[in-house]
Design a protein. Sequence first.
Length: 327
Amino acid sequence: MKVAVVGASGVVGEEMLRLLESSPLGEESPRVFASSRSAGSRLPWRDGEIVIEELTSGIDIAGIDVALFAAGAGVSKEWAPRFVGEGIAVVDNSSAFRMDPAVALIVPEVNGDRIPPGPAIIANPNCSTTILLLALAPLRELGTFRVFADTYQAVSGAGRAGLDALSREKSGGAFEPGNPFPFPISGNLFPLIGDPDADDGVTTEERKMLEESRKILELPDLEVSVTCVRVPVERCHAIAATLLFEDEDRTRLEGARRLLAAAPGVSVEDELTSPPTPGPLAGTHDVAVGRLRAPQPDVLQMWVVGDQILKGAALNAVQIAERWRQQ
């Protein structure tokens, strides 16, 4: 099994490589691609290094079985179809194909049975969508609900530029508008991730969570109302979610605890005075759920924390590729 990583020099691409070292997909050294700026650089691989190749026309990609794309949507739109045309399966972390009805959008624990065999593009969801749905999907057994959520998204969700901005400002450096944030981030937070729609004010990030959740859960009428907030945390997104059910049920809280405890990829940390927080969860694979509560018999609330570089991006992509290989 030969794997390639496209966008290997970025935060998510580097994490993909680390995961591949201990994955069955890493039996052979992967090929790694990036732009001309990074071509020729070396990345660590087990006890050695791998040289980054430039992704350019005419490059020979023969022999690759599956490619993990961690570049932007523009790169994916240009190159993913080329890889598939050469008989390669592509797991794409960008937004390029997520809402294409012909492309599967996958969280393996939720809808892994929809991974297509053979060469095809398989889309990785938005990081916040993945983290929320791991906790949300098991709760469908409890009835029909609407979702209200507030996300608290770490700066690394904006890539290395986000981490650099927080570090620069914390060290006393000047805020640089648009690099990459529209507002200062050190000692601050702001409820604006993505461009707001001129008509309804919903940002692109908030709309992704609605549309992607509907597609993954196959619930076209699911209502998901979200406010996405950037916070001065390096790693791990957190989500405060409220589920409003159509009926009242005073046993729903215990049912939620039972379902979440059995859910793959989820750990329940439900001590009342010790909710999960981003710091200790950075680098972990599971999504943690805490602060489970039912203030009214038709309401269920929870606090969800997950490493958005791992389960929100790199880990989910590797898990998709591993499931694809097993078919």
